[in-house]
Design a protein around this ligand. Structure first.
Ligand code: G16
Length: 542
């Protein structure tokens, strides 16, 4: 039996870069999650009897909302609801399941790399039938519905036990609890040469994977240790925890410090990697070298043909605007298309569906391909391993060779977290007002050649997204980009992206901080960062 429950709208349910993210207590307000889920169903307008996939990264409050989403889906006309055991599905595994099952969409409960726990973050995102994040026209329709919602539908019966595999009936729907790992692991075996990977591991090659107490633990244990034969202990922090063990499951040099310090030490393994809360991001580290995500995208694109899935070559590359131009040089050499999109994986979906690109990536530690419609942390790790298994060179050697061939793009992102929202808006507004007069201005040795506020016209459906970040380009191609994050939950996060191309191999060994020092100083002058935010230093440099 299902029932209709009266509710009242909240005015702050606008999805950001990747779904709706708020603190857990905020989500625990009466009907807060139910309102958003009902609005997803209203915007999705699926055929009765459709399939819906539901899963999450296992963070605090997951179980409650998964139970709620199952009961609401059963009352809203879905015929089959596919759920990961114990509510667990990594974001790429959910994307794969949506595609494999011909589902009309999926609900993924995650706040990605944001910390979890009773006072941590929680999030809900909706993915559409191609397995990718809902495009803006859908997220806008969800938001519109949240502004006027007056009731939601739910079955009265309890949701089934999420720990038991198999099917049960709930209202008019079938709820199917599936193993979260097996379909995903099978997909990885199709894409990569597991025999070669096993040989690499058997040859004494040592790897370390930090799952950061988040969702990739079970996936990494199965794939790296069981299927590839890496010794037990290869995967660290491999048990998912509701609060990620008190950590911040963001795979960067600050939050994955344990991994980085091991990789920089005298007994470092050959290869290290980490993933985030929901398993879509990746960090790649070689012995003594951290690979920047923008460089990783370029190297993966340049070497993808070494893995079976991409042996015939790639159709094109897409990167988000703030991601460095390193991949552009690879696309040029391969004579394939390069697309520059706004931040947010949702912008890659159309390009992938249209076959215009095969590999996509972002500076925010995300890389992926047309195998699913999300970025995919373990996929990036396995593609790196496949490349290493064929080339039998170290990560440092591969990077040095890449820079010799294409030149090196030095890159840093400076994050100022939880700053005052009004100050952040003021900083961006002031930049926008000065854009028209910026060209020709000189800052030290740097001369501005162009400045704009990035906007994007989707080449497939013609939709236009404006206000996607202020770009200041200097003669010679160096660049500073200012943007406000769309994934924070407290105040505002200012991101400043800085890059400089260096063709001279004699300079490729320079430290990024030195190579970018003048641009960093200039970013503060142009953005008035210290004056407007009161911050002397960024909180995180990636
Ligand atoms: C999400 C999006 C990414 C984006 C990142 C950072 O990642 O899927 O496309 O690059 O947020 O966005 P922002 O700069 O707006 O904070 P995730 O891993 O958080 O889902």
């Amino acid at each position: 039996m299902s029932k209709t429950v009266a509710t009242r709208p909240y005015d702050d349910q606008k999805p950001g870069t990747s779904g709706l993210r708020k603190r857990v207590p905020h989500f625990q307000q009466p009907n807060y999650a139910a309102n958003f889920i009902q609005s997803i169903f209203a915007a999705a307008r699926v055929e009765p009897g459709s399939t819906l996939v539901i899963g999450g990264d296992g963070r605090f409050f997951n179980r409650e909302v998964i139970g709620l989403a199952i009961r609401m889906a059963a009352a809203n006309g879905y015929g089959r609801i596919v759920v990961g055991r114990n509510g667990i599905l990594s974001t790429p595994a959910a994307s794969n399941l949506i595609r494999k099952r011909g589902a009309s969409g999926g609900i993924i409960l995650s706040a990605s790399h944001n910390p979890g726990g009773p006072n941590g973050d929680f999030g809900i995102k909706y993915n559409v039938s191609n397995g990718g994040p809902a495009p803006e026209k859908v997220t806008e329709a969800i938001f519109r519905h949240t502004r006027t919602i007056s009731e939601y539908r739910i079955v009265e019966d309890a949701a089934p036990d999420l720990s038991v595999l198999g099917e049960t009936r709930l209202g008019d729907a079938t709820v199917e609890i599936v193993d979260p790992v097996s379909d995903y692991a099978a997909l990885m075996e199709e894409l990569f040469d597991f025999a070669k990977l096993r040989d690499l591991v058997a040859s004494g090659f040592r790897l370390r994977f930090d799952a950061m107490h988040a969702v990739t633990g079970p996936y990494a244990h199965e794939i790296l240790e069981k299927r590839l034969g890496a010794p037990a202990g290869t995967v660290i922090n491999g048990e998912p925890k509701e609060d990620f063990g008190g950590g911040h499951p963001d795979p960067n040099a600050v939050y994955a410090a344990e991994l980085i310090s091991e990789m920089m030490g005298p007994a470092a393994p050959d290869f290290g990697a980490a993933s985030d809360g929901d398993g879509d991001r990746n960090l790649i580290v070689g012995r003594g070298i951290v690979v920047s995500p923008s460089d990783s995208l370029a190297v993966l694109a340049a070497n993808a043909h070494l893995a079976p899935a991409y042996a015939k070559g790639i159709a094109g590359i897409a990167r988000s605007m703030p991601t460095s131009g390193a991949a552009d040089r690879v696309a040029e050499k391969l004579k394939v298309g390069i697309y520059e999109t706004p931040t947010g994986w949702k912008f890659f979906g159309n390009l992938l569906d249209a076959g215009k690109v095969t590999i996509c990536g972002e500076e925010s530690a995300g890389t992926g391909s047309d195998h699913v419609r999300e970025k995919d942390g373990l996929w990036a790790v396995l593609l790196w391993l496949n490349i290493l298994a064929v080339r039998r060179e170290s990560v440092s050697e591969i990077m040095a060779a890449h820079w010799r061939e294409y030149g090196r793009t030095f890159y840093q992102r400076h994050d100022y977290e939880e700053i005052d929202k009004a100050a952040a808006d003021g900083l961006m507004e002031s930049l926008r007002q000065r854009l028209a007069s910026m060209a020709g201005q000189r800052f030290g040795t740097l001369v501005v050649s162009e400045a704009d506020d990035f906007s994007y016209k989707d080449p497939v459906d013609g939709s236009i997204s404006t206000g996607q970040g202020v770009r200041i380009v200097f003669s010679g191609g160096s660049r500073i980009v200012f943007r406000l994050s769309g994934t924070g939950t407290q105040g505002a996060t200012l991101r400043v992206y800085i890059e400089r191309f260096e063709p001279d191999p004699a300079r490729h060994g320079d430290a990024p901080a030195d190579a970018l020092a003048e641009l960093v100083r200039t970013a503060d002058v142009i953005g008035e960062i210290k004056a407007r935010t009161g911050r002397e230093e960024p909180d995180v440099v990636t």
